[in-house]
Design a protein around this ligand. Structure first.
Ligand SMILES: [Zn+2]
Length: 216
């Protein structure tokens, strides 16, 4: 089972490396409209008729549903490139999911507190349970970890949907016009989506690993 973990860790670093590469490549390709990531996000929100969402510079790219804020890293906020626009449209996709009260986003948001409690409790419970031989604690730790795994899995449809929305908006609203831009944009979003798949697989393998230990 540890062998599987090592294999997945290697796959994970390969995928992260390919994300970085496609992001870097996309940063070097100018985006046809000349808009920065921030302008592109604002433009699609306006076209979709969604108001009350701020687009601001942050440390990393994400959508914050509590503050209704799209935050873009300085590179994506200020620059006009395929990567900046693709990432900005993906985050705008999350804002649209929120505005439309998408069921998959609701499920994911509902899992956040359970999953963070579960994953922070799992480690200590598993260690303490195994050292003292208290199997009840081990199984409790496994249940906590299972919540974190479910969170990884319910994240997938939310991320895939945001990227699909980004590509549809790019086509519909005249972003990423040339075939080269579109290809690079797909690569940026596709490789980013793959990191979520790998994270979910690693978590699942770890869960199976712990269940295997507990049953012995
Ligand atoms: Zn996302």
């Amino acid at each position: 089972m540890f062998l599987w973990l090592i294999i997945f860790m290697i796959i994970s670093s390969v995928v992260q490396n390919s994300v970085r590469k496609s992001m870097d490549r996309g940063h070097r390709i100018p985006e046809g409209t000349g808009m920065t990531g921030a302008q592109a996000a604002e433009a699609v929100l306006e076209k979709k008729g969604v108001s009350g969402i701020v687009v601001e510079e942050g440390r990393f790219d994400h959508y914050d549903p509590r503050e209704k804020a799209i935050r873009l890293s300085p590179e994506n906020f200020r620059n006009s490139s395929v990567t900046a626009v693709a990432v900005a449209l993906h985050e705008a996709g999350h804002a649209l999911q929120h505005a439309e009260e998408s069921a998959s986003l609701k499920v994911r948001t509902a899992f956040v507190p359970v999953a963070s409690l579960g994953s922070s409790m799992a480690g200590p419970l598993l260690l303490f349970g195994i050292f003292t031989g208290a199997m009840n604690l081990v199984w409790l730790g496994i249940i906590g970890f299972a919540f974190a795994v479910v969170f990884h899995i319910v994240t997938l449809p939310v991320e895939f949907d945001a990227s699909n929305r980004a590509l549809t908006m790019a086509e519909g609203y005249g972003f990423l016009k040339s075939p080269e831009e579109m290809r690079a944009g797909r690569k940026v979003l596709g490789s980013a989506a793959l990191t979520y798949v790998v994270a979910a697989l690693i978590a699942l393998v770890q869960l199976i690993h712990w269940i295997g230990i507990a049953r012995r």
